[in-house]
Design a protein around this ligand. Structure first.
Ligand SMILES: NC(=O)c1ccc[n+]([C@@H]2O[C@H](COP(=O)([O-])OP(=O)(O)OC[C@H]3O[C@@H](n4cnc5c(N)ncnc54)[C@H](O)[C@@H]3O)[C@@H](O)[C@H]2O)c1
Length: 367
């Protein structure tokens, strides 16, 4: 039977190699172990700048296809995050398919550690959603290629404070562009999600005499942050309609979408959440048309990666903060460049990251 071009294209889209080819992933490793019930996928997107660093996420994916899609998307994001932050590491990610509340064991993580060991350093992992520093300790028993260890073990500990500081720097840079000053005094800021990252961010914002509005799924978190920093609690849906200067997504991704964009009254969107734009192309363009300055998520939330990277080169907290502070300059340059080129900021950020990777790959061709 002769296949039409359309059928061939569909098959290409569905095949694993087709998916790898789409964003030029280097390697994907499927890890399986009958005894421990381990089912994991490690995706190495790029090692041009250095070993691929990325967290291991444990999640109850509805299907294996969904897990593969997630790990491919997240590993590519890590490449861009590292590249645009000037770090000498590549991008990777791992997912373990399972329920983090029920399916964990020492044996499972140690087996997973052995799979990482077999990659001989081309992939280094750390904590992510569904995994903890305890899990990383189990992985560490089998391989040295793991970061994000507790401070007591010579690691950098919780990356959230450094991450929140970098995000704060990104917010100030975007404010400078939108309002002509990076002082946030008197600015009205809506923070969506006050978990680890959001709470540290609100603390920094409160020090600048801002008016902060917060929302979250968990009432106890809201009570805590509100009483500590005087932030005003609002409803989860209400947050999109507030008359604020800055909207800061710090919960889950995808909250900038067709349903929310037209409701936003802010001039700046800048927060810590990964993948804030539901559709990078469509919603990046929509924000440009609405005159909203969007500080790309992977640029301004890179402080977490910076903190983990710092461990690989000998952890020093002051140096990690100093590196996170550079996000201010990077964001300002990026917003300027996007404006000059008349393109969405997310697109400009991807171009900037890809440019660095292309340039460094050329110099590495000389032995
Ligand atoms: N913590 C870090 O070092 C770090 C680093 C890089 C990126 N990030 C990203 O920042 C975001 C927050 O990370 P975290 O470590 O604070 O996670 P977290 O789980 O500690 O907190 C997230 C909070 O957001 C809330 N939330 C989720 N969806 C929401 C919604 N629609 N409306 C209101 N609240 C909502 C949750 O209830 C939770 O309290 C995530 O997207 C994460 O991927 C975090």
């Amino acid at each position: 039977m002769v296949k039409t071009k359309e059928v061939k294209q569909q098959q290409q889209d569905l095949s694993v190699f087709g998916q790898l080819a789409e964003h030029n992933h280097e390697k994907v490793v499927f890890c399986h172990d009958q005894d421990t019930g381990l089912k994991a996928i490690i995706a190495v997107h790029s090692t041009v700048l250095g070993p691929a660093l990325g967290g291991t996420r444990m999640w109850g994916y509805a299907s294996e296809a969904e897990a593969l899609e997630d790990v491919l998307r997240l590993s590519r994001g890590m490449t861009y995050k590292a590249a645009i932050s000037g770090l000498n590491i590549g991008g990777g990610k791992a997912v373990i398919i399972g329920d983090a509340a029920k399916d964990k064991s020492e044996a499972l993580f140690r087996k997973f550690g052995r799979f990482i060991k077999n990659l001989n350093g081309c992939f280094v992992t750390a904590e992510d959603i569904g995994t903890t520093s305890k899990d990383m300790e189990y992985i560490r028993m089998e391989t040295e290629h793991v970061a994000g260890m507790p401070e007591t073990m010579g690691g950098g500990g919780d990356p959230s404070p450094v991450m929140a500081y970098g995000t704060y720097m990104g917010i100030k840079a975007a404010a400078k562009k939108a309002f002509g000053t990076d002082s946030l005094e008197g600015k009205k800021i809506a923070v969506q999600g006050v978990g680890n990252a959001g709470a540290f961010l609100v603390e920094l914002l409160a020090k600048e005499n801002t008016k902060v509005f917060i929302t979250d799924i968990y009432a106890d978190r809201l009570r805590d942050v509100s009483s500590k920093y005087g932030a005003q609690v609002v409803g989860m849906d209400e947050i999109y309609d507030l008359d604020v200067d800055i909207f800061s997504p710090c919960g889950l991704g995808g909250t900038i979408n067709d349903k929310t964009i037209n409701r936003l009254k802010c001039r700046v969107i800048a927060g810590s959440a990964n993948n804030q734009l539901r559709d990078e192309t469509v919603h990046g363009q929509a924000l440009l048309e609405r005159g909203i300055y969007y500080a790309p998520d992977f640029l301004i939330n890179a402080g977490g990666l910076i903190n983990v990277y710092a461990e690989l080169v000998g952890y020093n907290r002051e140096r990690a903060y100093a590196q996170a502070e550079r996000i201010y300059g990077y964001t300002l340059d990026l917003l300027q460049k996007a404006e000059e080129e008349g393109i969405p900021t997310q697109q400009a950020a991807i171009r900037m990251a890809e440019k660095r990777i292309a340039e460094i790959s050329k110099l590495k061709s000389t032995y």
